[in-house]
Design a protein around this ligand. Structure first.
Ligand code: HPA
Length: 273
């Protein structure tokens, strides 16, 4: 057995032992959006450092724990805090938790993030359903030997983000008199924010939002056949749109302001999944 497979199995055995059930829906909560984990019923929290082989996140605003429980009768597991390439982890480490979620039973994954609005029509506080992504991170979590039991060597990415779940999310939003934006997420490695020239480039290549996460996780999830819904919280206008510098504080504040709406929508979506 490969080292990776064995590590995933050890992490899964540990978590299964703590939970006693197999969650079907997974969530990865981005910067400032971890609050969702507080709404889980009969929550079991497992700090990342307790899970065998799990990396530990280092960024402010990203607590590191797995929270599992029930939402509207569905068994869910949330990653409160995620791992980023810019922290120095390899793409394999960044996506280790996705492998673990899949092996735990997760076949539908909601991935959320904070992102800069590249599309000039986007306002701070908008929520964007990710219709597609551009991997501009210079790496890929599937580099290296492939385990055919997990997924194919050359996985198809033509529907990385489930059209069915996008449709469902729009329906939930309109029932709550809300409208999601839609667009393409560009993944950059960070941790520096982009230059104005890079944002003009992003626009030319078809990006609507830009961030430093999500892409590796979605590649790993799709490799393993997990259905994905991606939601970006537009926390700032991308570099160069306004004549002002970007800051992590601004990103966290915007996430804070939109979180009530975000919570309601995600709860509604889970109910319908
Ligand atoms: N760029 C990259 N990542 C981000 C941004 C941004 O403007 N906002 C939030 N995450």
């Amino acid at each position: 057995m490969s080292n990776m497979k064995q590590q995933v199995q050890e992490a899964v055995s540990f978590i299964e032992h703590e939970l006693g059930y197999r969650p079907e829906i997974g969530l990865i909560l981005g910067s400032g959006l971890g609050i969702l984990a507080d709404l889980i019923e009969e929550a079991t929290s497992i700090p990342y450092h307790a899970i065998p082989h799990f990396p530990v996140s280092t960024v402010e605003g990203h607590a590191g724990e797995l929270v599992a429980g029930h939402i509207n009768g569905k068994d869910v597991v949330m990653m409160k805090g995620r791992f980023h390439l810019y922290e120095g982890y390899s793409a394999t480490h960044v996506t280790f938790p996705v492998r673990v979620l899949k092996a735990l039973g997760v076949n539908q994954l909601i991935v959320t993030n904070a992102a800069g609005g590249v599309n000039v029509e986007f306002e701070v506080g908008d929520l964007m359903l990710i219709t597609d992504h551009i991997n501009h991170m210079g790496t890929n979590p599937l580099i290296g030997s492939n385990d055919k039991e997990v997924g194919p060597r050359f996985p198809d990415m033509s529907e990385a983000y489930s059209k069915r779940l996008i449709q469902l999310a729009h329906e939930v939003a309109s029932s709550k008199s809300f409208a999601f934006r839609e667009g393409v997420y560009l993944g950059n490695i960070g941790p520096s924010y982009e230059t104005p020239a890079e944002i003009r480039f992003a626009r030319v290549i078809g990006a609507d939002a830009v961030g430093m996460s999500t892409v590796p996780e979605v590649i790993a999830a799709r490799h393993a056949g997990v259905e994905v819904l991606g939601i970006s919280c537009i926390t700032n206008k991308a570099a160069g749109i306004l004549e002002q510098p970007l800051s992590h504080e601004e990103v966290m504040e915007a996430a804070e302001q939109v979180k009530k709406t975000f919570l309601q929508l995600v709860l509604g979506i889970i109910e319908e999944m």
